[in-house]
Design a protein around this ligand. Structure first.
Ligand code: HEC
Length: 133
């Protein structure tokens, strides 16, 4: 009786350790089916087009992520953690890998401030539609 309790406790602790070890590496893209689309406006459509041209090959269509870059629908990219300045910085100068196992983000060639501004508008609308804030 006592032994089986100890065994169960040991299994629970072992399981918790495994989950805690794996969790930070979970970087699989989201299923596009689970993503809610914002109500599109002309400005958001421009942002979406710029996003798809410059960012989607790594961050995924509909911001769901790919095997080359993270989804923006993760709480890490809440505006309180990664404000708009982080988007200008990442697009212009790249970003060193620190949250995920994807590697560094290179600077995005030929992206203008105007385009980044529209991309941020689109990414924030996606985040809001999906309950990030
Ligand atoms: C070649 C792949 C690639 C492209 C293209 C790309 N990114 Fe990234 N981006 C990444 C990766 C990988 C990371 C995650 C780095 C890490 O581990 O935190 C990242 C992280 C970011 C971050 C977070 C930076 C930080 O301070 O933590 C922002 C913001 C970002 N990307 C914006 C963009 C925008 C905007 C575009 C398009 C203009 C873009 N990215 C295009 C790969 C890419």
């Amino acid at each position: 009786m006592q032994n089986s309790k100890i065994l169960r406790a040991a299994i629970a602790v072992g399981f918790a350790i495994i989950v805690a070890t794996i969790a930070p590496l979970q970087a699989a893209p989201l299923d596009p089916k689970d993503v809610v689309q914002p109500k599109m406006t002309p400005a958001l459509n421009i942002g979406k087009l710029n996003y798809e041209a410059k960012c989607a090959k790594c961050h995924g269509r509909n911001t769901v992520g790919t095997n080359k870059g993270p989804t923006f629908l993760h709480r890490v990219y809440h505006p309180g953690h990664h404000g708009d300045a982080a988007f200008y910085r990442a697009a212009k100068s790249g970003a060193r890998a620190h949250h995920w196992p994807f590697g560094n983000m290179p600077a995005v060639d030929g992206v203008t401030d105007e385009q980044i501004k529209s991309i941020i508008l689109y990414v924030r609308a996606m985040q809001k539609a999906n309950g990030l804030f």
